[in-house]
Design a protein around this ligand. Structure first.
Ligand code: ADP
Length: 657
């Protein structure tokens, strides 16, 4: 078949840019990447045929600079621009500019995006088209009294949503009228920061809600089809964690009702390209065809599009390119068949045990499993390689782990295994959380609603302390002991210490703030034994790095990470001086856990504060994090509101007690 274009530009970064490049290459379409300062050596830049630098690391200086992106497309002779997701993908003004520059936008028309862009207008439009919408207020008024009255009329609990919203930002669930005003302020502040628009709508909060969305596809010839549903009910703070297709428990009747409504919605706006109609479902009494409502339409390719590709065999990016080039949809509704079951887990650099604080760092070690479990298919979507950094500028997603099998249970099992076998050192990740969720009994039973993760959060994020076996092994790796293959003379590895004892050496590692000491002894058979100071028995291991299958580990500057049963345990190669300095500062001050903006400072110099009191709001990764007092005390100094802080900056200093 003829390639739809000769050259396209991808106005995005990370995994989605790499994903689009892959399909373009298969179709014989040349690709142009764009990149910021921070991304100059990124995988998407390496993977494309050409790359154009478009500005600074902040997204406002690069990936949101539509003018520079269009300029790059023109100067490289690209015919069309693929926006990926996020950034400019749903910005109708950008679409207008692309079209006015004589280029093709690989996505819907500006008019379709405008029609669905604001949640309030979209809901009005869908109501007219006969698509069920969530009961609530989606009018123009924005005054506190009006909105508070509407909330009373709707009945608590209600959900405040930014009309320009996306990614769960600017959204607040409100239980009681007394909490309305504060929640409204918070939602508006977050919406203003994320979207530059603080208007909100109010919806009835649906109890036991499930998020089920339908993939639709339209072309410029009046055709529209659906590619079945995806279930994205496993959410944390309204952000999707694991998605799957089809939806567990879906009935033929419910599917027919939902996919009909979705195609009706797409046709109502003469939709062309890939789109998703998101529905909220009241699953308190199972899936019932009269209990689903339109929430919003995403007028782009979704992060979770791979699960649809896995169950239908359709390459959605290929369809996007063909439809944008003016071809009719490559398939009719009857051609599109659903086969098997697929899952996608979003692997993030974030600390689940610290309230999912986004992390940054260098991925000193990154290894994905190569093989799927028997009878399943594994697909990894990533935009990073070993040695790449997760920077504070962009979404900290490391990869999407996607599996497919004939049965849901085997696809889920394959997912859990693939997550467990993924090795990452250098940054904390949510892998253990994903693994716990994939193995959760309710999730496995398909009994999941959007509140399930929050209800089980403690269990799902519980951090298991490493056992003596893992610690001993880390101590062994930290001691420098290696296999014969890696060192001609096995004595040299520990030889520097041979004046203590010819066969053994002491070693100290740090687990958090705790130093752990042990003694490593090389045995005659080339194996090693480790006796920790506080352990009652020694543990024996093959030499680290030898062929004999032992524990998996990674060594990176100052650290050792041991991978064990889905957990990554990181130990510092202990430096007591650094530890002393650290604890002295730790007691009297609080540092920024990540780079960000001191958005709102709520305590003043000289103020006596109690433990747990909110001191300031740090905005980082476009989300607000409340920094609370680690202990009671008097504030000697606190960062000024509006200050941009870096990782480790002292935010609050307490006066000496
Ligand atoms: P965003 O565009 O910010 O992602 P959505 O409108 O798509 O926001 O909603 C995100 C998630 O919030 C949904 O998947 C669902 O879990 C939850 N949600 C949205 N509306 C409601 C509602 N009315 N009641 C209960 N939960 C809701």
């Amino acid at each position: 078949m003829k390639p739809p274009f000769t050259k396209i530009l991808i106005a995005n970064r990370g995994e989605i840019a790499c994903r689009i490049i892959r399909t373009a290459r298969r179709l014989g379409v040349k690709t142009v990447a764009v990149y910021s300062d921070a991304d100059k050596d990124s995988l998407h830049v390496r993977s494309a045929d050409e790359a154009v630098h478009i500005g600074g690391s902040q997204v406002s200086e690069s990936y949101l600079r539509g003018d520079r992106i269009i300029e790059a497309a023109k100067s490289t002779g690209a015919q069309a621009i693929h926006p990926g997701y996020g950034f400019l993908s749903e910005n109708p003004d950008f679409v207008d500019q692309v079209v006015n520059a004589g280029l093709i936008f690989i996505g819907p028309s500006a008019a379709s995006i405008r029609a669905m862009g604001l949640k309030d207008a979209a809901k009005r439009l869908m109501e007219e088209a006969g698509v069920p919408v969530v009961p609530g207020y989606h009018g123009e008024a924005q005054e506190l009294v009006v909105l508070a009255n509407k909330a009373n009329d709707i009945g608590y609990p209600v959900l405040i949503k930014a009309r320009a919203g996306g990614g769960g930002k600017g959204m607040r669930r409100v239980e009681r009228p007394e909490e309305f005003s504060e929640a409204l302020n918070g939602a508006k502040r977050e919406a203003k920061a994320a979207f530059g628009d603080d208007a909100v709508l109010i919806e009835k909060y649906v109890e036991k809600p499930r998020h089920i969305e339908v993939q639709v596809f339209g072309d410029n010839h009046g055709n529209a089809v659906h590619l079945f549903e995806r279930d994205c009910s496993a959410q944390r703070r309204h952000q999707k964690v694991i998605e799957e297709a089809p939806a567990p428990g879906m009935t033929a009747e419910m599917r027919a009702a939902m996919t009909d409504a979705a195609v009706k919605a797409a046709k109502a706006i003469a939709y062309s390209g890939a789109g998703t109609i998101e529905f909220i479902v009241d699953a308190s009494e199972g899936l019932r065809p009269d209990r689903f409502w339109f929430m919003e339409m995403n007028t782009r390719l979704q992060v979770e599009h791979p699960v649809t590709e896995m169950i239908t065999g359709v390459d959605l990016v290929e369809w996007q390119l063909r439809v944008a080039a003016g071809e009719p949809l490559p398939a009719t509704q009857d051609d599109i068949q659903l086969r098997g079951h697929a899952f996608e887990a979003r692997l993030y650099a974030e600390d689940a045990s610290k309230g999912f604080l986004p992390a940054i760092g260098t991925l000193h070690h990154l290894r994905f499993p190569e093989d799927a479990t028997e009878g399943s298919t594994l697909r990894i979507e990533t935009g990073v390689r070993s040695g790449d950094a997760i920077s504070p500028f962009y979404d900290p997603m490391i990869a999407k782990i996607v599996t497919h099998a004939d049965q849901r249970a085997s696809a889920l099992d394959a997912l859990a295994q693939a997550v467990d076998e993924t090795e990452i050192a250098g940054s904390v990740t949510n892998a253990a959380f994903l693994s716990a969720l994939a193995r959760d009994s309710d999730f496995a039973a398909g009994d999941v609603d959007t509140g399930m993760i929050a209800r089980k959060q403690d269990a799902l994020t519980a951090t298991a302390a490493p056992g003596a076996d893992v610690i001993s092994f880390a101590a062994l790796v930290a001691s420098g002991a290696r296999s014969d293959e890696q060192s001609n003379d096995p004595w040299t590895a520990i030889g520097g210490y041979s004046h203590f004892h010819p066969l053994s050496r002491g070693t100290t590692i740090g687990l958090g703030d705790t130093p752990i000491t042990g003694r490593v002894t090389r045995l005659k058979n080339g194996r090693f034994s480790v006796l920790l100071e506080k352990s009652d028995r020694p543990y024996e291991y093959p030499a680290p790095g030898s062929d004999e299958r032992g524990k998996r580990f990674a060594i990176w500057p100052g650290h050792v990470t041991v991978f064990d049963a889905g957990h990554a345990y990181t130990f510092s190669v202990y430096d007591p001086f650094a530890a002393a300095a650290e604890s002295e500062v730790g007691a009297s001050s609080m540092r920024a856990p990540m780079p960000g903006l001191a958005k709102l400072v709520m305590a003043a110099k000289g103020e006596a504060v109690s433990k747990g009191q909110a001191l300031l709001i740090l905005e980082a990764m476009k989300m607000e994090h409340t920094i609370t007092a680690a202990h009671e005390g008097v504030i000697e100094d606190i960062v000024a509101q509006g200050t941009q802080v870096t990782d480790g900056t002292i935010l609050v200093r307490f006066a000496d007690q």
